[in-house]
Write a protein that binds this ligand. Structure first.
Ligand SMILES: Nc1nc2c(ncn2[C@@H]2O[C@H](COP(=O)(O)OP(=O)(O)OP(=O)(O)O)[C@@H](O)[C@H]2O)c(=O)[nH]1
Length: 302
């Protein structure tokens, strides 16, 4: 059997349904879905298996008009995800049509698409009638040469299998990127990291959480039925480390406690959670990589 594998980047405006779609294709809750916009800060990956193919989804942060420096970095990170991918899927909302944000993405799509297929997925088809959907499909395809157009409802599951099968068939031949036995606990590790990230977001100063990522580095099942989970919190600047730790480590203790309690409830057993904070200065490097591609983000130039 020939194996296939590769990365699929989901791009689209905030709230387009990227997390919902990733979750549905992966079959596990890998990223937190909320009604608030711009919830996905990190590039969370989910791994799906479809026949002989392993599809690694890069769930990029929402693409939106960058206003501040940090916003621009996030946009750059989103495009960075697309640049690494074998296939790009642009997700738009059926009932909203070609918004200003979609226009902005379309403008930059040719540069990102270079050398790779771009598919269009029109999501939330449960919210529109067929004629409007066909008109939107036509409009979008006049603006960009999409390899394929899919009409889906990520929430209800319509059309998702079709899209998944197409992605699998388009991925390059190659060995699977993740060993099969690791995939099972990959989503669990991500969920655990998301829980800690959520507690950090709730607890910390407004701006800070956007600049951090949490990774589950180790997960050990203990003989007594409990789990030991080690996580690393990566921040962009040294100063942020102190904020997260807090006076005498009080802040991180409170965050750790809240995350541990949620994990215990989720897993239905005892958890020993160990958190560490590390500075990862190249957090903003993605933006530089973006300008290397000959594209630049300036204020109001999304
Ligand atoms: N009606 C309908 N709602 C959907 C569908 N797919 C997603 N949604 C809803 O749209 C909202 C946004 O979905 P998310 O998956 O969080 O969107 P996202 O693109 O990941 O958002 P960010 O993380 O902010 O970039 C949620 O309230 C979903 O329940 C769909 O097919 N139909």
């Amino acid at each position: 059997m020939t194996q296939r594998s590769g990365f699929v980047a989901l791009i689209g405006e905030p709230n387009a349904g990227k997390s919902t779609l990733t979750n549905r294709m992966v079959g596990a809750k890998v990223s937190i879905v909320t009604h608030k916009v711009q919830t996905t800060r990190a590039r969370i990956r989910g791994v799906a298996i479809e026949g002989d193919a392993q599809i690694v989804f890069v769930d990029t942060p929402g693409l939106f008009k960058p206003r501040r420096r940090l916003d621009r970095a996030m946009v750059a990170a989103a495009w960075g995800g697309a640049a690494d991918a074998d296939i790009v899927v642009l997700l738009i909302e059926a009932h909203r049509g070609i918004t200003e944000g979609v226009e902005a993405i379309l403008e930059q799509l040719p540069a990102v698409a270079r050398g790779r297929k771009v598919a269009l997925a029109i999501n939330k088809i449960d919210r529109v009638e067929a004629p409007a959907l066909l008109a939107l499909t036509k409009d979008m395809n006049e603006r960009f040469d999409f390899a394929e157009t899919f009409m889906i409802s990520a929430e209800k599951g319509h059309g998702v299998d079709h899209l998944k099968k197409w992605l699998a068939s388009e991925l390059p031949e190659g060995h699977w990127l993740y060993p099969e036995d690791q995939i099972a606990d990959l989503p669990m590790r991500m969920i655990a990291a998301e829980m800690t990230r959520e507690k950090l977001t709730l607890r910390l100063h407004q701006e800070l959480p956007y600049q951090l990522t949490v990774e589950t580095e180790n997960w050990e099942e203990r003989k007594d039925g409990s789990a030991r989970i080690d996580q690393m919190i990566y921040v962009a600047r040294d100063g942020h480390k102190g904020i997260i730790l807090g006076k005498k480590g009080e802040t991180i203790k409170a965050i750790s406690k809240a995350a541990r309690e949620e994990l215990e409830e989720f897993l239905g057993r005892r958890v020993h959670l160990f958190l560490q904070v590390k500075v990862r200065e190249n957090w903003l490097d993605e933006a530089e990589r973006y300008s290397e591609m000959g594209l630049d983000f300036k204020d109001g130039n999304a």
